[in-house]
Design a protein around this ligand. Structure first.
Ligand SMILES: Cc1cc2nc3c(=O)[nH]c(=O)nc-3n(C[C@H](O)[C@H](O)[C@H](O)COP(=O)(O)OP(=O)(O)OC[C@H]3O[C@@H](n4cnc5c(N)ncnc54)[C@H](O)[C@@H]3O)c2cc1C
Length: 381
């Protein structure tokens, strides 16, 4: 297809990978545009390092316009409409035609869905909030800190537990661990259902060994100050750190594309949506696993899905066939403090249900987590 134009929506893990992979596969000629409302990419896992003063957001931030040097037509704008009939995307900055479209618009943490969340609680998943929270943590000397998961699904399922353990480590180092109580809760029946009972026992064992009180099955209705009111009573805190419920970007519902629950349906192998020439990858999609749980929302999956979508689009444009398929294999790290991390790894889309293990913590796994960020930032920008 001469003069083909590919448009990628979203400049996160999925969108950046899709755009760069398409450029690699297609060479210099076709136009590859990437549209994001933000001027910069910020690495999600950095927020945990900001929390306890181990790093800054700036160290994990890169301007998206730098991708222009890699042959990507980067445009800033908020996308409000996709018209599959006329094959156009409309943002507040203009309308762009496409021959192929990749939707990688992510999942939005929505503290506004929890009455009373603002201004008393801190959003662990918001960059500005985490910087404010870090300042509060620095001066916190005694009392009760609660890390609460306020809805599922949410991105990077281990992150709230990592936050609790990194805080425990932080107060230990300041000699204040006895004066600061730390608790974590989830609405789910166990800490990380996708890793199964044995994996959860490991995670919950790590929490318990650091004196972190873990409570499952807590569905919060609202916050009153920093106290969370749940269906099973109230959870008091001096400092409440929340992971808000997540929702897809508002425009997803209005696209006329098939949904999976509230999220975009995408073929789990090819990442094709229900509309021709439109692919969807990453957190904006939901892929059900054999045990009915959804595939976790994680950068590592957005990235591998984007490579598959790019392979299919490149093959279609060049009149070839691609047998690229998302294999559902992935990994992530659970930082536990003390310079160590455990690794969650396995075959999430295995036909009999996820085959996922949690490894014993090691310094090596923490080095791998640090390298995970470094390698992405260096290879993308
Ligand atoms: C604290 C924390 C720790 C994490 N740690 C890890 C980890 O260790 N490993 C891992 O694999 N993942 C981790 N993640 C998860 C990871 O960041 C996400 O799963 C990943 O970013 C998803 O990629 P995506 O491309 O689907 O969406 P995103 O990266 O969220 O990108 C979506 C993009 O779309 C843009 N956008 C949305 N709506 C519009 C619109 N209407 N118009 C224009 N642009 C729009 C957004 O600005 C955004 O840039 C972590 C997340 C957090 C919050």
């Amino acid at each position: 297809m001469a003069g083909a134009r590919v448009v990628v929506l979203g400049g996160g893990f999925g969108g950046i990978t899709a755009a760069l992979e398409l450029r690699k596969l297609l060479g210099g000629e076709p136009t590859i545009a990437l549209i994001d409302r933000r001027p910069a990419f910020v690495m999600g896992l950095r927020k945990l390092w900001v929390l306890t003063g181990r790093g800054t957001l700036a160290e994990g931030t890169r301007t998206l316009s730098a991708l222009r040097e890699r042959g990507i037509d980067v445009r800033q704008g908020t996308v409000g409409r996709i018209d599959a009939a006329s094959r156009t995307v409309t943002a507040d900055t203009g309308t762009v035609p496409y021959d192929y479209l990749v939707i990688a618009l992510g999942a939005e943490p929505r503290p506004d869905l929890v009455p009373g969340f603002s201004p008393a609680a801190f959003n662990l998943y918001d960059a500005a909030d985490v910087e404010r929270l870090a300042a509060r943590v620095k001066t916190f000397t005694k009392g009760r800190i609660v890390v609460g998961i306020l809805g599922v699904p949410y991105k990077c399922p281990p992150a709230p537990y990592e936050a609790a353990m990194l805080l425990a480590d932080h107060f230990q180092q300041r000699g204040l661990r006895q004066a600061v109580q730390i608790a974590a809760f989830t609405p789910q029946p166990m800490s990380l259902p996708v890793v199964g009972a044995a994996g959860c026992a490991q995670v919950e064992g790590q929490l318990a060994s650091r004196g972190i009180v873990f409570t499952p099955n807590r569905k919060v209705e609202r916050l009153e100050g920093s106290t969370a009111i749940s269906d099973r009573g109230s959870i008091e805190a001096d400092l409440f750190i929340g992971v808000p419920p997540h929702r897809p970007p508002a425009l997803i519902k209005s696209l006329g594309l098939q949904l999976q629950g509230e999220w975009l349906f995408t073929d789990p192998k090819t990442l094709r949506t229900s509309a021709s020439r439109i692919y969807a990858v990453g957190d904006v999609t939901e892929i059900p696993l054999a045990n009915k749980l959804p595939l976790p929302k994680a950068g590592v999956f957005a990235e591998s899905q984007a490579k598959v979508a790019a392979a299919h689009i490149a093959a279609e444009i060049t009149g070839k066939q691609s047998d690229a398929a998302f294999d559902g294999r992935g990994y992530c790290y659970i930082e536990i403090g003390g310079g160590q991390a455990a690794k969650v790894q396995g075959h999430f889309t295995a036909p009999g249900g996820p085959q996922v293990e949690v490894t014993a913590p090691s310094e090596q796994a923490l080095m791998e987590k640090i390298e995970f960020e470094r390698s992405r930032l260096n290879s993308w920008f």
